[in-house]
Design a protein around this ligand. Sequence first.
Ligand SMILES: NC(=O)c1ccc[n+]([C@@H]2O[C@H](COP(=O)([O-])OP(=O)(O)OC[C@H]3O[C@@H](n4cnc5c(N)ncnc54)[C@H](OP(=O)(O)O)[C@@H]3O)[C@@H](O)[C@H]2O)c1
Length: 292
Amino acid sequence: MKTVGVIGANGMVGRNMLAELEKVKIPFQVKRFGRNDEITPLDVAVLCTDNPVSRILAGQLKDKVKFMVDMSSEFRLDPAVPLVIPEINANAITAQTQLIASPNCTTTGLVMSLAPLQAHYRFEEVFFCSYQAISGGGKQLLDEFNKAGSYYAKNCVPMIGSLQANGHTSEELKGVYESRKILSIPDLKVYCHTVRVPVEVSHSLGVTLKADKPFDLKQVKSLWNQFPHLIYSESVITPKEVAGKEQTFICRLRADIDDPRIIHYFVTFDNLLKGAAMNGRQIVELLLEKYV
Ligand SMILES: NC(=O)c1ccc[n+]([C@@H]2O[C@H](COP(=O)([O-])OP(=O)(O)OC[C@H]3O[C@@H](n4cnc5c(N)ncnc54)[C@H](OP(=O)(O)O)[C@@H]3O)[C@@H](O)[C@H]2O)c1
């Protein structure tokens, strides 16, 4: 029997990963590992841990497991490690890829909205401002948020991850560099602000996209609706409504007032599902189907 192990099984992503794996039709045995458990040999290990724990575990597991799917940011920009959203670049995985990285949750929502348009429009610039859920910061942040007097209650905090020497946060740089890698557009101009808002689940992004030619709004909606796990909603859709759903939702598409080569829209999706556990489960499914 094929085996899939969830490491960090008691965390936000780990718990969702266990639930997601129940959806997989191919028979396999699931094993769960917490902080102090010894990890047994596995076909696929899903590392639902923070960096640098993921790097330490990846080193320890190299000879014990066939494949590793890492949910942390530790390996995402390593040129030898594919950074995969199966709807977009499943072909980056081969039988020889032992380690596969799953992207940052906010980046996932952005590139899900860009990928369907990529073959039709050459992107010149993309700007986004994020409205990120508390659960994106892990279970410790969610516990802190649920205590009386939390800094995050009734607040917006424009500081996610760590502040870098260039003034950007690590979360903002993930939006830039991971988007370029997933879409294979190394010179894509991405500008962003990432902000934590008092929403428990589901991240949102206000996006402005500039292309090399005027957008056909009808075509854009149709491209989005034809793409797997993506829905354009004619009515306003908010993070509250999409929590627990697999799809990434887009609404409020409109052309810029002055420049038809610019569009504005709003994206919202469950950060723990498509932004994490669902994407990880899709990678596991692909490995089980093709390579294990
Ligand atoms: N939350 C999101 O929306 C999201 C989205 C995409 C990616 N990610 C990434 O996914 C990873 C997990 O995030 P999370 O939100 O689930 O964080 P979390 O809630 O803090 O969970 C992390 C888990 O890792 C466990 N752990 C720590 N050291 C370990 C070790 N040596 N061996 C095994 N398990 C260990 C922790 O165990 P204890 O329970 O004992 O503390 C905890 O259960 C992070 O790298 C994060 O950046 C998160």
